[in-house]
Every structure is written in C-alpha cells, then in structure tokens.
Design a protein around this ligand. Sequence first.
Ligand SMILES: Nc1ncnc2c1ncn2[C@@H]1O[C@H](COP(=O)(O)OP(=O)(O)OP(=O)(O)O)[C@@H](O)[C@H]1O
Ligand SMILES: N[C@@H](CCO)C(=O)O
Length: 294
Amino acid sequence: MKPFRISVPASSGNVGPGFDSTGLALGLYLHLNVLEANSLQFYSDGESISTENHFIWNIAEHIAHKHGITLPACKVQEANDIPLARGLGSSASAIVAGIELANQLGNLHLTPEQKLQYGTEIEGHPDNVAPSIYGGLIISTVFEEKIEHIQLKDIDVDIVAYIPNVELKTSVSRNCLPDSYKRDYAAKASAISNLTIAALYSKDYKLAGKLMEEDLFHEPFRSELIPNFSYIREEAKKHGAFGTILSGAGPTMLSITSKGKGATLQRYMSNLSLLADYQIKYIPIDYQGITIQD
Ligand SMILES: Nc1ncnc2c1ncn2[C@@H]1O[C@H](COP(=O)(O)OP(=O)(O)OP(=O)(O)O)[C@@H](O)[C@H]1O
Ligand SMILES: N[C@@H](CCO)C(=O)O
C-alpha cells in the first residue's frame, strides 16, 4: 500500500438563515496520514489511541461493511486543527475523513455524490458535510433518495471566527429549537434565507451581511446559550463587518467583512478584554474540499 494523506476542511453550517441547508468550507483542516502496517494503529496528534469505538475508524468500517469488504491493517496518524464541538463542523469533517479512509483503503471509487449521500445519512443534514467534500459555499437539501446541491465559488469576503473556550454539543443546541413554526413566521424566515443566498450570488455582501443577522430559524432560540452574542455582533459591526452569525450550532461566531479587511478586524477584536480567552482567527475560505495526496 502506498502511503497517502487525506485532508478535510472545516465548515460553518447555516451561514445565518440557511438552516441545515447552507454551509461554507473553511481553511482549517483535519489530516489523516495513512501508512502500511501489520496491525491497525491510530495516533491522534502523536498519541496512540484505541480504535475501539473510535469515531473516524467506526465510520470507515461502517462504509466498508456497506460495500461488503474488510479494511486492511494500517497506521493512521491524525492531526486536527478543527476545534471539537465549537460550531466549525468537526463532526462532519471527521465523518467525511472516515468515508474517504474507507474509499482509499478499500478502493471503492466512491463519487463525491456517494460520499455526500453517506455523510448526510450519518450526520443527519448536509450543510456541513457538503462543503467539507466540495469546498466553497454549498446550498443543498435532501429529497428522499437524492441530495441536490449547488456550489458557489468566488465568495469575495474575508472571514473572522470568534472561538470561545467552551464546547457546545450540536445535540444540546438543537434541543432549544422549536418543533414547528407558524406559516407567517416560516414564510418570513425563508424569504430572509432566499434573499441572503441571492445577495451572496450577486456579490451584494452588504445586503447579505444584514440579512444573515436576521435569521429566524435558529439564532433567536440559541443566542442565550452563546457567550457575548450581542457584544461580538455589535463590536464587529463597528469595525467593518457586514454581518456576524452563529457558526453552525455555536458557540463560535463568525463575521464576514470586505476582502482584505479580515486581518484588521481580527486584530481589533483580539484586543477586546471581554474576548481575552477566545481564539480569534482570520480564516480563509476553502475552495478545494477534500484532498488526497500521495
Ligand atoms: N476528529 C475527531 N475524532 C473523534 N471524534 C470527533 C472528531 N471530530 C468530532 N468528533 C466528535 O464529534 C463531536 C462534536 O460534534 P458536534 O456535532 O457536537 O459539534 P461540531 O461538529 O464541532 O459543531 P457543528 O455541528 O455545530 O458545526 C465531538 O465531541 C466528538 O464526539
Ligand atoms: N445545521 C446544523 C449545523 C450544526 O451541525 C445546526 O444548526 O444544528
């Protein structure tokens, strides 16, 4: 077996009002270096870890099982820049990495569409899995057997992420959401979402940023779980952000600002004493999605 490396980008789900259907790939990566070995070995950031009930290995085995094969022994070295349970799609990146691991080890020749199908079945919604596979901004939804998706490239904004020092499990953050919405409310929420995507497509980032902050599907119900929610939004706006949203299920928040202005916004926000224990990062958008290198 020739050694290979799988790299999967992080992602920000929802992008404001695109609840469960819109996601943006971000340039933070989960890498798996895979080498030949006589026994199965898994290392995470240099430390040997058990493969029993290991999230990524379990997914690889699940996919292998679906295709009626057994994966060969190998040594997997994981290096992960994506913080877990912070709203940056760590679980989707790990799922996509597991699917690709099975694909490579088992010579399954999966198409991107099959990977999206499998990833969405496991994650439950496609908004993080799709950008981790394809890169860019992806709008997608599930129709019974099939997932339809459109990729927007060339999003001409800079992204700044505010990552607090606390975890928030997606399952907990989803539990705060209503089970249903009244017709007028849902119509307004979807109008905001539609117009946001149209504004992004038209590169009207001022309008897109304004609308992103008007989400009605999830942010109003989650904001109280998020430390400094209004403060971050207001400070970022004062310093040039078009808009600031919850990334995925939170607790990370994310601003979009003019191309070339991200580093300045990042520096300004990093100097705020209330955000002293945050990681505040200027993160490029990823346009490649999953990559495999020899
Ligand atoms: N590289 C990884 N290795 C093992 N488990 C992982 C890895 N990445 C994520 N996980 C699992 O996924 C959980 C985080 O998933 P969760 O859906 O709660 O948050 P998230 O995917 O980071 O955020 P969001 O879905 O809001 O974007 C972790 O607590 C861990 O159980
Ligand atoms: N659409 C998902 C993203 C996080 O997985 C949510 O908001 O719960």
